[in-house]
Write a protein that binds this ligand. Structure first.
Ligand SMILES: [Zn+2]
Length: 597
């Protein structure tokens, strides 16, 4: 027996599913999906087959020819969920499971109409990464096992469905008042890339191979924001080679979506907080697009190798930003990333094993291990490799890497072996072992500087001495420049300073959530009451974890903001995604409630 992924019951000695056929009936009233899953095996099999499941009610299991398959649902393990053990009769080529999901399946968020922009229809979306696919469908939920899939999704009219797959037609459903949407995913994907969303959706064409889907209230704004998608795809192809997934479509979700974006193939999921109105936050789209190669094409074998997905993707994102917006914009992006990295390192503690790139996560919930480390430390490691090898050689290496491992899932060690075979000596030259296996940031980390960045940092540092940049200067700042300046400011500012910032930079009214949230974090940490109304509004509306964590943390500094945080959280918690709720609760639990002086 060989269980290689610490977060899955899948056993590499057992039969392997290579294709999945799904029939999903979406029941908003019960907040359940009635599912039928057919797992086609790679070869006829017999004996034990262990699947992952979480909070699933398994009703019936049979073979493709209708023979009953005995099954046993194991105890609900905290991180992994329940092992679903099947005993296959000889010659089984296909296993069929009839099941239903639970109303609190971690993969699914059910939104009431009030939680949508339109306010009239419910909404459902999935988030299967890292290990939540098992609460949507019983399967071998490890990135080591890729599979193709097809699906039929029955939803109440007038709602529509999208999946991480190509559309394959639609028609009337089996019950009155329902409609069926069909999908086909011909490329093999790891299970965490299964994705489904159901809601009142419209779409707009963006280019020859891209469309954006959103609620009707948001779709025009989204089409404007992401109009440059085809140019991004073309630049990414320059870097990595042809785009292998046919179409690149996007879905803008309601604001409770816990991430900035999720790289579901053929249908990137995005937070509406990207809709700044001025295309200033499309870096996230660049990032998700880059995952079409790094992550979706070449995939981490499991979450202990997550940096292979995210480090390479942030590196690619910055290369694409450089190609699209120039070097200056890229230096600022690295500076903003550095800030995120420092915060993660601080949160875990410098010596924490979670600050390694190659992690060991047996017994650890990968959602708890999530941080900027695999992203930003990973991207710095890849950049060090690039700088040491030289860009031309390294770009050639990247194309070879993509070609060699496309549609496979690999470990850090497999990456290292390939690196050694293609660019011998490079790994030891840069101290790869320290980067991968030791905590913290090695001293040879690449540095990203420019006179512009230095000027902004110096200006921010002089703030405490009462110096203020001239209006003529701040008026010309790009959103990234404003953000870098704000990030350089002291974390607690007296009332006059806050008032000056808000007036000079028009912060409270910003549509750019990166700037808005940085400002509200400062204001909360400064107990600056005029910003509380906007702070409350953002916390009640937005579920993006990247924003909730610093906002709730900053609110822990003062008795008045602590009270506000608890009050807002009590109201917001039922609307947050379960991941967001957990992050916010963990921050609030750490509040130091020593009586205020
Ligand atoms: Zn990513």
């Amino acid at each position: 027996m060989a269980r290689k992924d610490p977060h899955s019951h899948a056993d590499s000695d057992q039969p392997r599913a290579r294709h999945l056929r799904l029939l999903l009936r979406v029941d908003f009233a019960a907040r359940r999906i009635e599912g039928e899953a057919a797992l086609e095996l790679a070869a006829p099999a017999e004996g034990v087959l262990d699947l992952d499941s979480k909070a699933l009610e398994v009703l019936e299991v049979s073979t493709g020819s209708g023979a009953s398959v005995p099954f046993q649902v194991g105890p609900d393990e905290k991180v992994l969920g329940s092992r679903l053990r099947l005993s296959l009769p000889a010659g089984t080529r296909e296993v069929r499971l009839r099941y239903r999901t639970s109303p609190d399946a971690p993969a699914l968020q059910w939104l009431s109409p009030e939680q949508t922009e339109g306010g009239r229809h419910p909404f459902l979306f999935s988030q299967c990464q890292p290990i939540h696919a098992r609460s949507l469908v019983p399967l071998q939920d490890t990135a080591r096992h890729r599979l193709t899939y097809e699906a039929e999704v029955e939803v109440p009219e007038p709602l529509g469905a999208v999946m991480s797959a190509g559309p394959a037609g639609e028609g009337p459903g089996s019950r009155p008042g329902t409609r069926v949407f069909r999908f086909r995913m011909p490329q093999p994907i790891p299970p965490y890339l299964l994705a489904l969303a159901v809601g009142r959706l419209e779409s707009r064409e963006l280019g020859p191979r891209s469309r954006v889907f959103a609620e009707p209230e948001t779709v025009e704004k989204a089409a404007h924001e992401f109009a440059e998608t085809e140019a991004m795809i073309a630049r990414a192809e320059d870097l990595f080679g042809p785009y292998d997934w046919d179409r690149y479509d996007m879905l803008v979700l309601p604001p409770s979506f816990p991430y900035g974006g999720m790289e579901n193939p053929r249908m990137t999921f995005l937070t509406p907080t990207l809709l700044a109105g001025d295309r200033s936050l499309v870096d996230v789209v660049v990032h998700e697009l880059a995952h079409s190669w790094t992550g979706n094409l070449v995939t981490n074998a499991d979450m202990e190798h997550f940096w292979l997905n995210e480090g390479f993707t942030v590196w690619a994102e910055r290369r694409l930003v450089e190609a699209l917006h120039g070097e200056e914009a890229t230096v600022l992006a690295w500076a903003i990333g550095e800030r995120a990295l420092e915060e993660s390192m601080e949160r875990f503690g410098a010596g924490s094993p979670l600050t390694r790139l190659r992690t060991e996560l047996a017994g650890t919930d990968p959602d708890d291990a999530f941080s900027s480390v695999p992203y930003e430390k990973g991207a710095r490691f890849v950049t060090l490799l690039e700088r040491t090898a030289g860009r031309q050689r390294f770009d050639r290496f990247m194309r070879d890497y993509m070609a060699r491992f496309r549609f496979t899932s690999i470990t850090t060690e497999e990456f290292l072996a390939f690196l050694e075979s293609e660019l011998p000596g490079l790994a030891s030259q840069v101290g790869a072992s320290e980067w991968l296996y030791e905590p913290g940031l090695p001293s040879n980390a690449p540095v990203f500087r420019s006179p512009r960045l230095d000027g902004l940092v110096a200006m921010a540092q002089s703030f405490a001495r009462g110096e203020r940049p001239a209006n003529s200067a701040t008026a010309a700042w790009s959103p990234s420049e404003t953000l870098v300046y704000l990030q350089g400011l002291p974390r607690e500012i007296e009332r006059e300073g806050c008032a000056w910032l808000d007036a000079a930079l028009a912060l409270t009214g910003r549509g750019n959530h990166e700037i808005l949230v940085e400002w509200l974090t400062l204001a909360a940490g400064s107990d600056y009451e005029p910003a509380f109304a906007r702070l409350r509004e953002v916390l009640l509306r937005v579920g993006r974890m990247k924003y909730l964590r610093p906002l709730y943390a900053a609110m822990g500094r003062h008795p008045r903001t602590r009270a506000l945080a608890r009050e807002v959280f009590a109201e917001a918690a039922p609307r947050y995604h379960s991941l967001s709720r957990r992050v916010a609760a963990s921050v609030i639990e750490k509040y130091d409630d020593a009586p205020a002086s």
